[in-house]
Ligand binder design. Structure first.
Ligand code: CA
Length: 261
């Protein structure tokens, strides 16, 4: 299964600090040999956002790659359904990220209140597993169309879901980025998880809200249609900057080969 990954998936990442901020509080992971990809968007003053997103990415890497994990409780071999096991592992990695961020806050009180979003994609053979907390998103570009795979954990999204706000208004209301869930800040994490079949030619995108604030889904789709996978991450970042994006912008592109057998 892993051999197939190495031969049939490519990954590309691009990031930009943006024109306003001094620090890039986004962090990302592209572990192509293990099929593990992630984006984290940190928050908190005194450089804490950077610390939180870095801890989350390091923890995901450690746990999903099996680098070092003394607390490991979920092993694929112990559970019959491997897709369940992988989703549990994603959930566990996110909770460990949260624990470690809060431990860091205990050591360094100036980091109080720091947290991060986290979206993780794990491709295992012909299955793609997703887990996310916060408003960093995953998209799938398939057959020339873009599909949003995640639902933002924001107050505004809750209002849209309840029918009290239209998606159009949701894009322009103040405080639209207030999160209902995050890693660290809110304590134990209950991520949304999902599994779907991978098809030849699929292109997955992971991104921070620095991309999706200035660009609507149809804009992202247009950039996807006009760029090859190897140019897509940078093209999306450039388009977000061109449209006035002022936040840190990060995009990870995971492209599945056309001739996947
Ligand atoms: Ca952001």
């Amino acid at each position: 299964m892993r051999r197939r990954h190495e031969n049939s998936i490519e990954a590309f990442a691009a990031t930009d600090v943006g024109p306003v901020r001094e620090q890039n509080e986004d962090a990302w992971l592209t572990e192509i040999d293990h099929g593990v990809f992630a984006v984290a968007d940190g928050m908190g003053g005194h450089a804490a956002g950077e610390v939180a997103s870095s801890i989350a990415i390091a923890t995901v890497r450690e746990i999903l790659l099996g680098v070092k994990d003394p607390d490991e409780t979920v092993l694929a071999s112990e559970v019959g359904d491997t897709s369940d096991a992988l989703r549990e592992r994603l959930r566990y990695a996110m909770n460990q990220s949260s624990v470690r961020i809060r431990q860091e806050i205990e050591r360094f009180p100036r980091y109080a209140g720091m947290g991060t979003t986290l979206v993780v994609l794990a491709v295992d053979g012909d299955q793609a597993h997703l887990a996310h907390v916060g408003d960093s998103r995953a998209y799938l570009f398939r057959n020339d169309r873009i599909f949003r795979l995640t639902r933002d954990h924001t107050v505004v999204q809750q209002e849209v879901d309840a029918g009290r706000l239209t998606p159009e208004l949701a894009r322009i209301v103040p405080h639209k980025n207030i999160l209902t869930k995050s890693v660290g800040f809110h304590g134990p994490v209950d991520p949304d998880t999902s599994t779907r079949a991978v098809e030849p030619g699929d292109v997955f995108l992971l991104c921070s809200d620095g991309l999706t604030d200035p660009l609507e889904d149809k804009d992202i789709e247009a950039v996807c249609r006009s760029h090859a996978a190897e140019d897509l991450a940078q093209a999306l970042v450039d388009e977000a900057l061109r449209r006035g994006g002022d936040d840190n912008i990060t995009v990870v592109v995971v492209a599945v080969a056309d001739d996947l057998d």
